[in-house]
Design a binder for this molecule. Structure first.
Ligand SMILES: Nc1nc2c(c(=O)[nH]1)N[C@H]1C(S)=C(S)[C@@H](COP(=O)(O)O)O[C@H]1N2
Ligand SMILES: [Mo]
Length: 302
């Protein structure tokens, strides 16, 4: 039987041979034939089958990773010294089985999958990226949240030797970068911890070696280079909410009807394409995640 892990390795072999193009990400998805909520993966991605992949060179050179600088080209240009090998993740807080684990050991235990999702940044641009990762819920099940756990707080690596903006000269943002999810959002099958994209391990500028992917939320929720995952009973204060709570909330749900105080969110610039397209509620994933927000006031979920 072919496991997703095999396909991942196989694809990397193909990439090494320079014939990666022959193995289309869509084909791999079909081959994997995973089911979520008992439905084939294809069903869950129905809304996206028409999405055209962003060029890999765009997705790896137009980035937001403020630890390296505010410019879109800073992350690629300034991450040369970041070599995230022998990475350790700490999973702690309100869990029965806290662990400190090497990423390579964790990856032996999880089911790696390829997922094509659209990423919508709060700055009103979007890309379509073929991620490789595993469902965050697999990790949640492994560490067993206590009854008190209601949220998950994620913290990026703190190391001013690697990240120039964490140094003493810069104090505009309170690093390390922090993000959070409600536990039920974290357990939705769409939520991934990504370790690769375009069939290869993540590059430093994209948040190597492990980052969050929550496709129905604005890009700033996709916290990069995660070092700590903490289960909490209270809602974590994320970096951008702390910085400017009027403009960036905890939820950060994509919503064309709720404008950012300084610009409309009704449409988006598609990176690598001409023109704009309308933005969809929950970035097009309403069918999969709409239930999470039933009875809540949409205007408060920015
Ligand atoms: N640690 C950290 N994670 C981060 C950011 C950051 O500045 N620091 N920027 C976020 C923002 S605003 C976006 S849009 C996405 C961009 O991911 P990409 O560069 O891989 O497209 O990463 C998010 N994750
Ligand atoms: Mo963003």
């Amino acid at each position: 039987m072919i496991t997703p892990q095999d396909l991942f390795t196989q694809r990397r072999k193909f990439m090494a041979l320079g014939i990666g193009g022959l193995v289309s990400p869509l084909l791999i998805d079909k081959l994997m034939a995973n089911t979520l909520y008992g439905k084939p993966l294809d069903y869950l991605k129905d809304t996206n089958t028409s999405l055209k992949l962003t060029k890999e060179s765009d997705a790896t050179s137009y980035n937001n990773f403020y630890e390296f600088g505010f410019g879109k080209d800073d992350p690629k240009a300034k991450s040369g010294n970041f070599n995230p090998t022998s990475w350790e993740l700490s999973i702690e807080g309100e869990v029965q089985n806290p662990i400190k684990i090497k990423l390579e050991d964790l990856l032996k235990e999880v089911r790696l999958q390829e997922r094509i999702y659209q990423l919508r940044c709060v700055e009103a641009w979007s890309m379509v990226i073929p991620w490789i990762g595993f469902e965050l819920r697999e990790l949640v099940e492994r560490v067993k949240p206590t009854k008190k756990a209601r949220f998950i707080k994620f913290t990026s690596l703190y190391d001013p030797k690697i990240f120039p903006m964490q140094g003493p000269l810069f104090s505009g943002i309170d690093f390390p970068y922090v993000e959070g999810l409600r536990l039920d959002e974290a357990q939705n099958p769409l939520t991934l911890l990504a370790v690769g994209m375009y069939g290869k391990p993540l590059l430093p500028q994209n948040g190597a070696p492990i980052r969050l992917v929550v496709p129905w939320k604005y890009g700033f929720k996709y916290i990069k280079s995660i070092a700590k995952i903490e289960f909490t009973s209270t809602q974590p204060l994320s970096t951008w909410e702390k910085q400017n709570p009027r403009e960036y909330g905890f939820y950060a749900n994509v919503d064309p009807l709720i404008s950012h105080p300084r610009w409309s969110q009704a449409s988006e610039r598609v990176i690598g394409e001409r023109g704009r397209k309308p933005t969809l509620y929950l970035n097009g994933y309403e069918r999969e995640v709409g239930y999470l927000y039933e009875g809540m006031d949409r205007s408060k979920l920015y």
